[in-house]
Write a protein that binds this ligand. Structure first.
Ligand code: AKB
Length: 342
């Protein structure tokens, strides 16, 4: 039986999934897309995918069925519980974020062995993998490279960091004591994302959410109480650049890659600067600050700036948007269109 060669996307109904599906669908010669999400796919995205499966990455029978039906060429494993949600249900987060990832790595190993060809495994890491020891260090530190300050304080951050290690382990060291160790055929590639800001979708359950929430509230004429202090700073990336980063890393020749995990970043702004920028285009915006100590502590533990020079060097990463152009050319015009009366 000839199985259909596909790209598999888990957690496809999230923010990154939507952008990724649109971009892949527009690429000439792209493989059919099969998506897996706990919730059914949004109507607007459904026509862009070959098959939509509503199900759980913890359901190994479902994953076995997928493997028997398709030849999986590339996996974008996006399914995760984000940082704020994960603090409410840490053990559930661990199951989804870690066991779920192992399940998908296992799918990749099985597929690679079956077809005798590598399976590319694209994984979104997170700035949450870091843990700055204190605010003074955060503000003093130079842009943080991939291997410094890796002491996350959230379950999500711990999970994401461990997943990166699992990807490296499954790629290079899996069953290394076997009589004849062999390549598992997993080609694991991770983009470590800062906070992502989309003009068309809203995040759910993250801690960098204050930035997109502020913008979307203003565009809809709703008041917004920001849950971190105005001086809170962290790195961000406009969503189209996030999608582009995943696609560029997926397309990079393996020989060019010197690591499994790459930082990417667009710009760093304080919450106060974001509020001021939003107010420039939405002068009636009612933005107030009501810091929540728990979520404040989480963002305070994330670096102010990321060093993405390895990605620039190895696979030509270059964000399209900086702080000014992200708002001027992408966020503001797109969000105006998004909420324009029809
Ligand atoms: C979150 O806030 O949990 C995510 C992230 C930074 O990975 N947006």
């Amino acid at each position: 039986m000839v199985r259909k060669k596909i790209t598999l996307i888990t957690g496809a109904n999230g923010e990154v999934g939507h952008g990724l599906i649109r971009a892949l669908h527009a690429m000439p010669g792209a493989l059919p897309i099969v998506v897996l999400d706990l919730r059914g796919m949004d109507e607007a995205i459904l026509p862009l995918v070959d098959t939509s499966i509503t199900g759980d990455i913890l359901d190994t029978d479902l994953l076995d069925n997928l493997m028997s039906e398709y030849e999986i060429d590339t996996i974008y494993h996006l399914a995760a519980l984000l940082s704020t949600h994960s603090e409410f249900r840490p053990e559930a987060a661990h199951r989804v974020n870690v066991q779920g990832t192992i399940n998908l790595l296992h799918v990749a190993i099985e597929q690679a062995a079956w077809r005798d060809e590598a399976v590319r495994f694209l994984f979104p890491g997170s700035v949450a993998a870091y843990g700055m020891p204190d605010l003074a260090t955060k503000h003093r530190a130079a842009p943080v490279p991939e291997d410094d300050y890796l002491h996350p304080i959230t379950m999500y951050g711990c999970n994401k960091l461990y997943d990166e290690h699992l990807g490296r382990y499954y790629m290079h060291h899996y069953r290394q004591l076997a009589a004849r160790p062999h390549s598992t055929g997993i080609d694991f590639r991770c983009v470590r994302f800062p906070g992502l800001i989309s003009a068309t979708t809203m995040p759910a359950g993250g801690t960098s959410d204050y930035a997109p929430e502020m913008l979307h509230a203003a565009a809809q004429g709703q008041p917004y109480a920001c849950f971190v202090r105005p001086d809170t700073i962290m790195p961000f990336l406009a969503m189209p650049d996030g999608i582009q980063a995943l696609l560029a890393l997926a397309a990079a020749p393996r020989t060019a890659l010197t690591r499994c995990v790459y930082n990417v970043t667009g710009f760093s702004l304080t919450a106060g600067e974001i509020a001021a920028r939003v107010q420039q285009d939405f002068p009636a915006a009612q933005i107030t600050f009501a810091p929540q100590p728990g979520r404040q502590t989480i963002v305070d533990s994330w670096p102010a700036r990321l060093d993405d020079s390895a990605a620039r060097r190895d696979w030509g990463w270059q964000p399209r948007y900086d702080a000014e152009t992200a708002f001027r050319d992408y966020l503001i015009p797109t969000i105006r269109q998004q909420y324009a009366p029809r």
